[in-house]
Design a protein around this ligand. Structure first.
Ligand code: CAO
Length: 556
């Protein structure tokens, strides 16, 4: 009887890949070569096998952990020497060809305009006779350079094969279930000649990029993201010996959309889960015909469901238009931030019954005070006070007065937070990020102004770390420096409210006797109606406006 560490074997050029599935748990008996965990980069996933037989004592990794060769996966109690076998041959590293690496063209002739280019299986390392499990394009489809064409799978890993040419798919030479090897023809692309190389580029370099931080970071929490998907996984379900079969891109899409893949029925080859399966699952949940395990656990009487109207929510596929038919176009990939934020925004928009309430705050005196103090600070070297800093502090005070605003839904429970961390949306060249000023209630306006300035700069420089963007209770989206009158911001789940702010303007305000010029700040508060009803939201808004009109109120 011996206790041994089972480590991640040599997995090629993978490094710092994310643990996406735990396939065993303490107490499980495992055989040599039995898969223990699944790891994933942005293009490939693979299972890590056990080098020994025995009983799992302790898991040393958790979902979301990053692992590399040598990382300890678990400790195993082995039956004795006889059970121990030499470490398994390295699991086939699934070299995921990376656009960035492959985009550096091999010195190969560019094809002539509208030439037909054969696209072949590149060097995919130790993979042999791998099965085509997904056709991601069809004849007539427009494909970009490096766009995934097919997914192939061995018994331990799956990966997407990218196109080495841009253009229109003229023909496909493979079908589902085919076994393919290096050099096999995938199809022919008729293109503009914008090819990286006539044949696929060498994948050895691509494999390096498969584990590049940029790709792994794709799976990291979204800046504006909720820490957990709304349709959260049942943790117990995550520990399952029965893996849902899906390619890395489908797994990623499911994760971003909060779809518990283990609950999706696959319609592809050997029960493989395809993108339409994930989309149909979402449709089913929205239409109330599918209930997730998390929903079942938290089930409340389904108010409003089964109304019998017969009108189902039938999501249409995204319109596919050949824009080039109508004029010149240019296609650019979405930034990583936009992709991550987009998935979160879409979920929050669809799943939160949100209402936006507007209010005007008279900030004439506050702005005069801010300008006066800033003049003094210019001489003394004090911090420049921003309107955003006053808004952050006022919001923290308002959250204390209206605790329902400082909550998050957790099934049928409402989690009340006793801390006051305020996030603010920051516009950056790559998209929107949401850094957090922690414990804003305990900080002076000067401290908040300095800290938010530092965070906004870090955001613009792309230097925000995950810790800078976590733990928010409430978000402010200030467009005041740009303009606008009012807007309807989207609640940043799992928060329950967000404050939108536009540009303050001088307006004639009736004081009971006459119109007087006052500086008016437009506020737009969006709140989750499941937690905050209209009366409460309006009280919050009115209170916030009162504080901004007379800041002495924060002392009350
Ligand atoms: N009314 C009038 N003027 C305002 C104002 C308001 N509500 N808010 C800011 N201003 C002024 C400031 O006083 C500043 O002027 P001075 O330089 O003369 O003092 C100027 O506008 C620029 O302000 P700013 O917007 O650069 O700085 P900020 O501290 O107010 O905001 C930040 C910082 C990070 C919030 C901002 O830069 C930003 O990124 N805003 C965009 C947020 C966003 O995109 N939200 C949308 C999310 S939903 O898609």
């Amino acid at each position: 009887m011996a206790i041994i560490d089972i480590q991640v074997p040599d997995i090629g050029d993978f490094d710092g890949v994310t643990v996406i599935e735990l396939l065993v748990k303490p107490g499980d008996s495992v055989a040599v070569e039995q898969s223990l965990i699944t790891v994933e980069s942005d293009k490939a996933s693979m299972e890590i096998p056990s080098s020994h037989a025995g009983v799992v004592k302790e898991l040393k990794v958790a979902l979301g952990d990053k692992v590399s060769e040598g990382s300890i996966v678990l400790t195993l109690e082995t039956a004795g020497e006889a059970a121990a076998k030499p470490a398994a041959a390295p699991a086939p590293a699934a070299p995921a060809p990376d656009p960035q690496t492959q985009a550096a063209p091999a010195p190969a002739p560019a094809t002539a305009a509208a030439a037909s280019t054969p696209v072949r299986i590149p060097d995919i390392g130790d993979f042999k006779d791998v099965t085509v499990i997904e056709l991601l394009v069809k004849p007539g489809d427009q494909v970009a350079l490096e766009q995934s064409l097919i997914t192939v799978e061995s018994d331990k890993a799956s990966m997407e094969i990218p196109s080495s040419a841009a253009g229109v798919i003229e023909s496909l030479a493979v079908k589902l279930g085919d076994k393919v090897n290096i050099g096999d023809l995938i199809g022919v692309v008729k293109g503009q000649g914008a090819t990286a190389s006539a044949e696929s580029t060498a994948p050895a370099a691509a494999a390096v990029a498969a584990s590049a931080p940029a790709s792994v970071a794709t799976a990291s929490p979204a800046p504006a993201a909720a820490p957990a998907p709304v349709a959260a996984h049942n943790p117990a379900a995550a520990v399952s010996a029965k893996l849902p079969h899906a390619s890395p891109s489908i797994r990623k899409a499911a994760r971003e959309l909060g779809v518990p893949l283990a609950e999706v029925k696959g319609s592809g080859l050997k029960g493989r889960i395809t993108l339409p399966d994930v989309q149909n699952f979402i449709k089913g949940v929205l239409a109330g015909t599918i209930q997730t395990q998390a929903q079942a656990q938290n089930a409340k009487p389904a108010a409003g469901s089964g109304g019998g109207s017969g009108v189902g929510l039938d999501l249409l596929p995204w319109p596919k238009v050949d824009f080039a038919k109508f004029g010149e176009i240019e296609t650019k990939p979405l930034s990583r931030i936009k992709k991550i934020a987009g998935a979160n925004l879409a979920r929050n928009w669809v799943m939160i019954p949100a209402v936006t309430y507007h209010e005007d705050a008279d900030i004439t005196d506050l702005e005069a005070f801010r300008v006066q103090i800033n003049k003094e600070h210019e001489k003394t070297g004090g911090a420049k006070l921003t309107m955003l800093a006053f808004l952050i502090k006022a919001s923290a005070v308002a959250l204390k007065k209206f605790p329902e605003f400082n909550t998050s839904l957790d099934g049928d429970n409402l989690v009340y937070k006793k801390y006051f961390h305020i996030a603010f949306a920051a516009d950056t060249p790559n998209g929107l990020v949401v850094p957090v000023v922690k414990n804003a209630d305990q900080k002076s306006i000067g401290e908040i102004a300095t800290e938010s300035g530092v965070l906004a700069k870090k955001a613009r420089d792309g230097k925000l770390g995950p810790a800078d963007m976590q733990g928010a209770c409430f978000t402010i989206s200030s467009l005041g420096g740009i303009g606008g009158t009012y807007f309807a911001p989207i609640v940043n789940a799992p928060e329950v409210a967000i404050l939108g702010v536009n540009k303050s303007v001088m307006k004639p305000v009736w004081d009971g006797k006459q119109f007087v010029p006052r500086l008016v700040l437009p506020l737009s508060l969006t709140a989750d109606h499941r937690v905050i009803d209209g009366a409460l939201a309006t009280r919050f808004n009115v209170y916030l406006a009162q504080v901004l009109a007379d800041y002495r109120r924060i002392m009350l």
